[in-house]
Design a protein around this ligand. Sequence first.
Ligand code: G6Q
Length: 549
Amino acid sequence: MPTEPLPTRPAWAALRSHHGELAGTHLRDLFATDPDRGERLTAEACGIYLDYSKHRITDQTLRLLLQLADESDLRGRIDAMFSGAKINVTEDRAVLHVALRAPKQAVIEVDGLNVVPGVHEVLDRMAEFATSVREGKWLGHTGKPIVNIVNIGIGGSDLGPVMAYEALRHFSARELTFRFVSNIDGTDFAEATRDLDPAETLFIVSSKTFTTLETMTNASTARDWLLAELQDRSAIAKHFVAVSTNAEAASEFGIDVMNMFGFWDWVGGRYSMDSAIGLSTMIAIGADGFRDLLAGFHEMDEHFRTAPFEANLPVLLGLLTVWYADFFGAQTQAVLPYDQYLKRFPAYLQQLTMESNGKHVTLTGDAVDYATSPVYWGEPGTNGQHSFYQLIHQGTELIPCDFIGFLHSMNPLGSTSGPTHHDLLTANVFAQGEALAFGKTADEVRAEGTPEWLVPHRVFEGNRPSSTMLIERLTPHSLGVLIALYEHSVFTQGTIWTINSFDQWGVELGKVLAKKVAAELGAPDEPELGHDSSTNALIRRYRAARREV
Ligand code: G6Q
């Protein structure tokens, strides 16, 4: 752990004054004075080509950011994570999602115990179960094969599975129907199940703790829905499986121990899609597909662990985020995948990045006096272009963008005579990065014959930074690589900011208050309300409406 607070590390002050010198420099100048920049400021690993030349950086910026990584003991922190040290200090836990994708022969110890054999034992059981569902051998209570799979979970037990299902639809068993229920809003469950036959439906209750209000409420509604049709409690064993660290609670719910898939307290919720929480993913893409996904994760883990920082993709991405958040005051970061299958990727990344690094105190509990995580947001291209890109191009906020593109489409469509769908999609990725970086000057606008009064409206100041990632094609393997890239970028950022990227105390207060309010909303007699006047009035208004019904 670095001993020096971040603002007193020498590279921090050097970056501050370097930023002052660089702030007035336009990307146009950086490219004009350095013609090789577009090929030089790139890195390639694990099948991802990263072009970071369109960032407001020079070689000196990079040197200083890398020095900051050293002064922040990034190397030591990486080694600590991979060796099973309890770096999640506020929960006294190891952080070992990397063990979930470690090969069988690897040895990673927590409290002197190698955790890798346990990981593979669960993977093997998952594979057996997933295969029997995929082959139509897992029969429901009435003897009909299961054809509908409904994952019930929320947060880390939902966002990964739903994102992976959408991302890998091309590889999924099309004869099976997958649904994901997360929200406590009854609409989510009702709409997900309205056209399903209970006799053909399997619920995967995914909850690390098996106590989460939303998931437990939805699971018991699912049990009622099933039993209303099948009328026999023994049906639960055929139609419910659990993914949890809490076998006792799952058993109490009525789920057979044989149908439980465990994981461990060293897997954080938002880092768990490659644990048994990925059971729905494995049923969709098959055990081999899931192993490809894990192999992709592992390849990026090894790159992160061993590559020199100047060629290390997650380190570079993480340092760039720090550069804009702390020196340019960028409050948001856009993630723009140019692939329709990645439509849930920004939502997944929002949890990964913001729940991890949206923190206001350091590891030792001191208040930070610098910005931590930016807000991550985005939509798949090209849809975003017809919506919010206006603000990215001409608004008053600086929004660094991550463009994610693929060399080949999984659905090549279009004529052979003209550009294909994929040519047009890819042309847009490249064009957006170019437009953001270089813009269009007033003289260029005038030269097009634009009347003077309209010129300012049509000027693009440019100098807006972006990374472009190019990947061969979207497969289970490349998805694993991409997710691990962001996981480790988050780790890099958290290390520089000296915060705990692995707890989430910020979600507690609302949960506790909601319990209290729920009791008040449903109380038979007028409860004594001890909240502020606003909350009290809202509760009274709701109770009045509830009485009318
Ligand atoms: C993730 C968080 C959180 C968690 C959900 C679901 O890192 O811890 O999003 O995944 O609250 O928790 P359970 O899996 O315990 O139901």
